[in-house]
Design a protein around this ligand. Sequence first.
Ligand code: ZN
Length: 233
Amino acid sequence: MAAPRSIVILTGAGISAESGIDTFRSAGGLWEQHRVEDVATPEGFARNPDLVLNFYDMRRAALAAVEPNPAHRALARLEREFAGELLLITQNVDDLHERGGSGQVLHMHGELKSALCQSCETRSPWHGTMIERPPCPVCRAPTLRPDVVWFGEMPYQMGRIYQALETCDLFVSIGTSGAVYPAAGFVQEARAAGSRTLELNLEPSEGSRMFHETRLGPASVVVPEWVDEVLGS
Ligand SMILES: [Zn+2]
């Protein structure tokens, strides 16, 4: 195939899991002690805000104990050295892409290190806790919530994402389950627009049959190999 000129990449939990992030589907850890409807829905937050704020305070603090892996660093190298257009979209709310060196990351499900004010709707960088109801840096109201897209809420920047999917010539999905919409539908969007589609995953996903090609293996191995291939080194 010809060298791609415009690439859209979607990363999911699989790339963070290798860094030791406690993911939604992993056994043990924070998620196993909570029900999704309690900690990842607007209704759960309305019911028990302390539980939800504490849950995300713990997840935010846990980021200090994990490091980006070779897959994150390879994607940062791709951003630096690829001559064409690149859009890196992640479903992950951690900061491992940024700490791995990526400068432009579209967090479609929000970020742990960001606060969303329910009064003025401003998103502010956030590194501390929220359980004590700190004031919003912009409007001073004590109405901050985690800037994380919960079930039933609209992911960020969908217009920009669909526009990029329509014009890319290569779509690459890395470490995603292919089970959560709307991200699970990106491969069909890209294919319908005529681009090649590649899946890099630890094991076949629910969406594997939708891709032109699937390469199986740990992200820390298959992602650097693919980046080397694209950069011709
Ligand atoms: Zn505010």
